[in-house]
Design a protein around this ligand. Structure first.
Ligand code: FES
Ligand code: FES
Length: 181
């Protein structure tokens, strides 16, 4: 089967029962994506597929043949770290780092959802043309990504500076993710 992972074509035979997470970690050697609960509860395994965040532990790899899969290893580019990665460093958005790859990918997917105007549980005005990326809104949208180290406040601070209402104030200007169809 052919997979496109971090803009690289990869051909590999797989057992059809293999999860996308196990394909990434065990077969391809991209161990940045982490296995926490392996049952959809912690968010550590979050990756992007065509710009949308998914839990790779709950995804069968065969479903993603030919789709654009992005893992934490694919976030930096020739210019260096992604602005969100820099902001995580600046705000101590991690301690052990185990949840970090999932937090980063999830936040980028979350920003795309905001761009698309998808409401969350705490969105006040469902008819608004643009949803305000308040701290409360960001925290709610990131609630599927758990941090056992207590870095939660730093994580939200970092996301706020890159995708929230404090966007760009400290120089971490990130392009908003492209709108996903
Ligand atoms: S490892 Fe996938 S949600 Fe926990
Ligand atoms: S930094 Fe350790 S679990 Fe989040």
């Amino acid at each position: 089967m052919r997979f496109v992972i971090n803009d690289t074509d990869i051909e590999t035979d797989i057992d059809p029962r293999t999860s996308l997470l196990d394909l990434l970690r065990e077969q391809i050697g991209l161990t940045g994506t982490k296995k926490g609960c392996n049952q959809g509860a912690c968010g550590a395994c979050t990756v992007l597929v065509d710009g949308e965040r998914i839990l790779s532990c709950l995804a069968l790899a065969v479903q993603y043949e030919g789709r654009q899969v992005t893992t934490v290893e694919g976030l930096a580019d020739q210019a260096g770290l992604h602005p969100l990665q820099k902001a995580f460093i600046e705000h101590d958005g991690f301690q052990c780092g185990y949840c970090t790859p999932g937090q980063l990918c999830s936040a980028i997917g979350m920003a795309a959802e905001l761009q698309r105007g998808l409401p969350s549980h705490v969105t006040g005005d469902l008819s608004a043309m643009a949803i305000r990326a308040t701290r409360e809104e960001l925290a709610e949208r990131m609630s599927g990504n758990l941090c056992r180290c207590g870095a939660h406040n730093g994580i939200i601070d970092a996301i706020d500076e890159v995708f929230g209402e404090r966007r760009g104030q400290q120089g971490y200007d990130a392009e908003m993710p492209e709108k996903v169809a």
